[in-house]
Write a protein that binds this ligand. Structure first.
Ligand code: GAL
Length: 639
């Protein structure tokens, strides 16, 4: 596969007279894809049923005539103002009961039947018009589900849909009461119509209620997306995709992705470092203008799994953004580095956001490849350079990694419903495992619990997997030589009760979790030989063999039948030990990396990606600051 570059473009923001010049300049820059349309509903249909597609026809024609392939976005993330006159109750409601008003974007509730019908209607009109266009070669549905915390709504549309969802799932109110344990605090219901949404309760709501609502809210995103998929499938042979975000876990991306052909995501490394990541101030200042060395790769690997191997970066940060608390510029070379890194992880396309900086409205402080006055912004030359690099590189083939991580969105919802300790966060835990693997120089795959290939991996890490049926445990153990489960594995049933068979309840592993403690920040539980537990510690009993022990003599990790059970949220030093021990056990070669240097294997190459500002030397390779060295597999093996 030969990776390509693209850009996000808003023809409706610019005079038609410059479209052709823009298109020619995109081609000159080495771009081959252009995404348009995703926010343009008010120009497609300024009044209900007053359809104005002539301008979009000409935009597609102009871009296509220049040789660009168009990704057409359905505009459903930005319903025009008149939509509210038709559907006054379509807005989402936040947890405090406040309506989330018109005046920005994503102002809709996923459960509103009237709005879903409007989305199907506009998608049908667009599909009929562009479904067989030679220039429209992919479709993006909506834009960034969940952005601005919009997955969950506490409005009436969600409430009615939730009651129906519960009725379908539980069948009878008695079954629901039993499954949720509603005898506790006399929370038993007499019928489904009495059930409310789990906000504004006096104290915490029943976590079973919360988890059910979170599952429901995710299913609503899946159904909303599928409504447009079903329309487009009949009208176009082009692949369908969506642009996901970084560290957004409110809906199950694997479920949405199952209806699509390609997963894409929007990568803003410097924005994420300041806005979306726990790290010490030293780390944040060292990588202030580069982004965290693992955050992008984590999402590349995750979305590769969501797209079943097919994925893109739909929006790549090109310069300072406007939305993080502070917005430094990327160091020279970083835009190219991020692009090549994505390619190393299997991206088919890396597309920059956006072509020209907007002079108006919310994002006027957000850089593009061009300044608002058409001068080149620093990223333009880096995009051109990347295009040349890709041409020289040719095909990039992917290989299966030796190590996989199980990623499970529902575990995040469960831990958020009952955290028990302030620092325990599912993403944080999984990310800390991922980082340890990358510090060891390993390439990593992600797998969903429902899709674990047999005998595929030397090791699988499954941190924090809340619900662990026999089917999942069997799939994990059959997928690898050694799996590491825990902490908090198999800790709840699907309905949020402590499972009858206890925790973690793994057949063949005689290990029970007898007691759980959570620890405040800056405190920890040291492990004999180095490293310690933080946030979360379990006291284990049973005859399974200890692999690691706490200094107080209790077990920190036990082993039996190809399973290691981990009793805590490890700090970095403990994760490094676990990875080292597991690698020794399974014969996986480690390649310990210096800080900020990362390594990714493809079929023929090893990419050495230097997030540091300064040059790093590693195993005979010299990698400049903010640069990528691409070496042939053979020479890296020797190294
Ligand atoms: C993304 C979004 C774009 C734009 C961009 C700015 O989240 O999809 O439309 O807002 O952020 O960084």
């Amino acid at each position: 596969m030969k990776p390509e570059l693209g850009v996000c473009y808003y023809p409706e923001h610019w005079p038609e007279a410059i479209w052709a010049e823009d298109a020619a300049r995109m081609v000159e820059t080495g771009l081959t894809w252009v995404r348009i349309g995703e926010f343009a509903w008010s120009r497609m249909e300024p009044e209900p049923d007053d359809l104005r597609f002539d301008w979009l026809d000409r935009a597609v024609e102009t871009l296509g005539a220049a040789g660009l392939k168009v990704v057409m976005g359905t505009p459903t993330a930005t319903p025009p103002r008149w939509m509210l006159d038709k559907h006054p109750d379509m807005l989402a409601v936040d947890a405090s009961g406040a309506v989330r008003k018109f005046g920005s974007r994503r102002h809709y509730c996923f459960s509103h039947p009237g709005y879903i019908a409007e989305c199907e209607r506009i998608t049908q009109i667009m599909g009929e018009r562009y479904g067989n266009s030679p220039h429209v070669t992919a479709w993006q549905i909506d834009n960034e589900y969940g952005c601005h915390e919009t997955t969950i709504s506490y409005g009436a549309a969600a409430l009615y849909a939730f009651r129906r969802w519960l009725g379908d799932r539980y069948g009878s109110i008695e079954a629901l009461n039993a499954a949720w344990g509603n005898v506790f605090w006399s929370m038993e219901y007499n019928n489904f119509d009495q059930i409310d949404l789990p906000n504004l309760t006096v104290t915490e709501p029943n976590p079973a209620h919360v988890l059910a609502f979170r599952r429901f809210s995710s299913d609503q995103v899946v159904a909303f997306n599928k409504a447009q998929v079903d329309v487009l499938r009949g009208l176009t042979p082009a692949p369908l995709l969506h642009n996901y975000m970084g560290r957004v876990l409110e809906f199950d991306h694997f479920d949405v992705g199952a209806d699509l052909d390609i997963a894409t995501w929007d990568s803003y490394p410097i924005g994420f470092l300041s806005d979306r990541l726990e790290a010490d101030p030293g780390h944040k200042s060292a990588f202030l203008q580069q982004g965290d060395p693992d955050m992008q790769a984590f999402h590349h690997d995750l979305y590769r799994a969501v797209g079943r191997g097919r994925w893109w970066v739909m929006e790549q940060q090109p310069g300072p953004v406007n939305w993080a608390p502070y917005n430094p510029a990327p160091l020279p070379g970083m835009v190219r580095l991020w692009s090549l890194e994505a390619v190393a992880h299997g991206a088919e396309v890396v597309s920059y956001f956006r072509w020209r900086q907007a002079p108006m409205a919310q994002e006027q402080m957000h850089a593009g490849l061009l300044t608002p006055h058409n001068r080149p912004a620093p990223a333009l030359a880096e995009a051109r350079q990347t295009a040349d690099d890709l041409a020289a590189l040719g095909d990039v083939g992917q290989t299966r990694a030796q190590v996989a991580i199980v990623f499970d969105y529902a575990s995040d919802w469960a831990w958020a419903a009952q955290p028990q300790g302030a620092g325990f966060d599912y993403f944080r835990l999984v990310f800390s495992a991922y980082r340890a693997l990358r510090r060891a120089g390993l390439s990593v795959d992600f797998v969903a619990t429902s899709d674990i290939p047999k005998d595929a991996y030397s090791m699988i890490l499954a941190p924090g997997l809340a619900t662990l049926g026999d089917d999942i445990t069997t799939a994990i153990t059959e997928g690898c030589t050694l799996c590491v489960l825990g902490p908090r594995a198999g800790a709840i049933s699907r309905d949020f009760q402590i499972p009858d068979r206890g925790r973690p309840g793994v057949a063949g592993l005689d290990c029970d979790v007898d007691l759980i403690e959570t620890l405040p920040p800056q405190t920890n539980r040291p492990v004999v030989g180095g490293g310690s537990a933080q946030h979360w510690v379990e006291r284990l009993s049973g005859t399974a063999t200890d692999v690691l022990s706490f200094e107080d003599g209790t077990s920190a990790m036990t082993s039996g039948n190809g399973i290691w059970y981990l009793a805590s949220f490890p700090d970095d030093a403990l994760w490094d030990r676990i990875v080292e021990l597991a690698a020794r056990e399974t014969g996986v070669d480690l390649h310990p990396m210096p800080n900020g240097l990362r390594r990714r294997e493809t079929a023929d190459h090893v990419f050495l990606i230097n997030y540091n500002a300064d040059t790093v030397e590693w195993c005979g390779h010299v990698i400049n600051g903010c640069d990528v060295a691409i070496v042939a597999q053979e020479s890296s093996r020797r190294a």
